[in-house]
Design a binder for this molecule. Structure first.
Ligand code: NAD
Ligand code: G6P
Ligand code: MN
Length: 445
């Protein structure tokens, strides 16, 4: 019989919570759960997601013990086997700032790339450290799985602060999102793919997609992707209702044509075509506004309906891609399955042109010993330069946080392909630090 796991979700009030609960329930037979706890600093927000989750669990898995709190860290974190961190420091209101400040200076406004990602990263590092310390105090052996964004910067900071902690890893669902889109294009299931992928988070490339028989399907997929008049709706399955995601998938096709041979992360659109992205952006209505008007509203409406009807039977919650990815990885880990998944781990030689302490996103073998990366072979000069530049700037952000160093922050911004101009970097540094003053007192002493 499989072991039963205790899990904690930090950021229980997230818009992803219902999808994750649904994903856990879908895999309950394989990844058996004894107890789920939620912890969130926003008591009211979490209560809505938690009360709805409680009803879902009571109806579908009454054997799972459930608990939520905004205060009792000991009860939330004690004896857990897996801790999942999904917080949004400053909430969607601060995401709006991260996007609108850069746009006001003519730069890309995105929550994980460019100046917005740097702002979000600086704001979140301190809280992540506190959460990891709290978890470790009560559960020294738990696996800690972080997917809080900007995952690239958070992963680097966590690796620097906890270098000897070998049970923390970081995840991003975008590679699976792209694989599902590509699988859809050729009428297959993403689970049939064994990927080869390398880079940094939101900054990497697929170089091969093998099927179970060991044939690389990538050349055929690329041929299909880049042929004239491809219907990009075919690619975008889950996020198709939202305009900005529709555009993202059509840009993916453009990127495959412009950079033949591999399939890049969709996030490269911000770094490679920043001018086009800015021109298309509305500085009064960014992705944060779209999320507040769609995902956040929809998920909280669902939760409220479950609570008011005291049943989940009239509400459709789905095991979305995000939740499915998390469970796929932890299931392989807990049950020693040895599946290949794309995970953010310490480099240690995996990508030879990057230092050991870089946090790379690569295909990993996942079993009970945790994710172990496969070595990356050929990297073109162009890709090397992009990676080294991005690693340098992300390290400068972390460095700047530790030493309250405004100059390093300016350098990080200037190195970013969405900023480049040094004067703009200086202005951005001032504006971003001012907006994040509450979280970054060290810069104002
Ligand atoms: P959200 O704002 O809906 O939820 C985040 C929750 O975290 C809120 O309830 C908030 O109160 C709570 N929170 C904030 N600071 C906290 C702290 N210090 N301690 C405990 N709780 C805290 O956000 P969301 O849109 O659902 O996203 C949640 C996070 O997951 C974000 O960072 C998002 O970028 C990330 N995410 C990452 C991936 C990925 O691919 N890596 C995919 C999806 C979501
Ligand atoms: C992708 C990315 C995540 C991001 C998510 C939602 O899955 O990998 O890092 O958080 O999209 O982005 P959105 O703009 O819809 O909030
Ligand atoms: Mn991501």
């Amino acid at each position: 019989m499989n072991k039963k796991h205790n899990i904690v979700i930090v950021g229980g009030g997230s818009t992803y919570t219902l999808g994750i609960i649904e994903s856990f329930l879908a895999e309950k037979e394989y990844f058996d759960i004894a107890k789920i706890s939620f912890f969130d600093t926003d008591e009211e927000r979490q209560k809505i997601m938690a009360e709805a989750s409680k009803i879902i669990l009571k109806e579908r898995a009454p054997d799972i013990e459930f608990y939520y709190t905004s205060k009792d860290k000991e009860k939330a974190y004690k004896d857990c086997d897996f801790a999942f961190i999904q917080i949004r420091e400053g909430g969607l209101k601060m995401r709006e700032m991260d996007e609108k400040i850069p746009l006001s200076l003519g730069c890309v406004g995105q929550e994980t790339c460019g100046a917005g990602g740097i702002s979000y990263g600086l704001r979140s590092i301190g809280s992540l450290f506190e959460i990891v310390r709290d978890i470790r105090k009560y559960s020294p052996n738990a696996w800690i799985v972080n997917y809080t964004n900007p995952a690239a910067i958070i992963a680097l900071a966590l690796n620097r602060e906890f270098p000897n902690d070998k049970k923390i890893f970081n995840l991003c669902d975008m590679p699976l999102g792209i694989m599902e889109a590509l699988a859809n294009l050729i009428g297959k299931n993403a689970n049939d793919f064994i990927p080869e992928y390398f880079g940094l988070n939101h900054y990497g490339w697929f170089t091969a997609l093998y099927n179970k028989e060991g044939h690389n399907l990538m050349p055929d997929i690329l041929k299909l992707l880049t042929k004239e008049n491809i219907d990009t709706h075919k690619l975008n399955i889950e996020k198709s209702t939202e305009k900005s995601w529709e555009d993202t998938y059509s840009h993916l096709v453009t990127m495959c044509k412009d950079m033949p041979g591999s399939i890049p992360s969709t996030y490269f659109q911000y770094y490679l075509y920043p001018k086009k992205i800015v021109e298309k952006s509305d500085c009064n209505y960014t992705r944060a506004n779209e999320v507040m008007d769609h995902r956040e509203k929809i998920e909280f409406q669902k939760a409220r309906q479950i609570i008011s009807e005291q049943t989940s039977k009239n509400v459709q919650t789905i095991a979305d891609l995000h939740g499915r990815y998390i469970i796929q990885v932890v299931n392989s880990l807990a049950n020693n399955l040895g599946k290949t998944s794309i995970i953010i781990v310490p480099n240690n030689g995996t990508i030879s042109c990057l230092p050991d302490d870089a946090m790379v996103e690569v295909d990993c073998y996942v079993d009970r010993r945790g994710p172990r990366p496969f070595n990356v072979k050929e990297i073109s000069t162009f890709q090397k330069a992009l990676l080294q530049n991005q690693y340098a700037l992300e390290s400068l952000v972390v460095e700047s946080w530790y030493n309250a160093d405004r100059q390093k922050l300016i350098e990080a911004l200037a190195l970013n392909r969405t900023v480049v101009n040094f004067n703009v970097a200086q202005k951005l540094a001032d504006k971003l630090l001012e907006a994040n003053k509450k979280w970054l007192p060290q810069f104002f002493n």
